[in-house]
Design a binder for this molecule. Structure first.
Ligand code: RTP
Ligand code: MG
Length: 141
């Protein structure tokens, strides 16, 4: 399996719930290394740019409003099959449909306030990592 990097965001609801450490523990227990991390409070412009693929979707406005409602923690996870592994740890987008034991099943309230974001493919992971950590390849090792 390939060593990959993926972008993870702990969204405002989970930060407000004070479960950042519990979520980090799940990444580490699954063998994913947190190779970069920072807390940021996104502007509307940044959140809109980050989720630009969803610009035409009916939920876009609510999504952006939610993502700027408080600070988030952004991290790069590295490990074998990191993109799929992180998506598995996260669970389904709607926490009501998320498998038991996943982050969203355990910590999320609704499809809007769903605790975490994770890149969904190698192409989006590369773009999203560069969006938040432009110097990463230079400085991480
Ligand atoms: P994310 O991008 O945040 O990791 O979530 P995801 O891949 O599981 O879901 P995605 O389809 O990319 O949607 C991005 C975020 O938009 C909100 N959403 N709301 N009301 C709705 O039908 C709806 N669908 C999506 C969710 O907060 C989702 O995380
Ligand atoms: Mg997505």
């Amino acid at each position: 399996m390939a060593i990959e990097r993926t972008l993870s965001i702990i969204k405002p609801d989970a930060v407000a719930k004070n479960v950042v450490g519990k979520i980090y523990q799940r990444f580490e227990d699954a063998g994913l290394k947190i190779i970069a991390a920072k807390q940021v409070w996104l502007s509307e412009r940044e959140a809109g740019e980050f989720y630009a693929v969803h610009k035409e979707r009916p939920f876009f406005k609510d999504l952006v409003a939610f993502m700027v409602s408080g600070p988030v923690f952004v991290q790069v996870l590295e490990g074998d099959d990191a993109i799929a592994k992180n998506r598995e740890l996260m669970g389904a987008t709607d926490p009501k449909k998320a498998a038991p034991g996943t982050i969203r099943a355990d910590f999320a309230e609704s499809i809007d306030a769903n605790a975490v974001h994770g890149s969904d493919a190698p192409e989006t992971a590369a773009v999203e990592v560069a969006f938040f950590f432009p110097g990463l390849n230079v400085y991480s090792r």
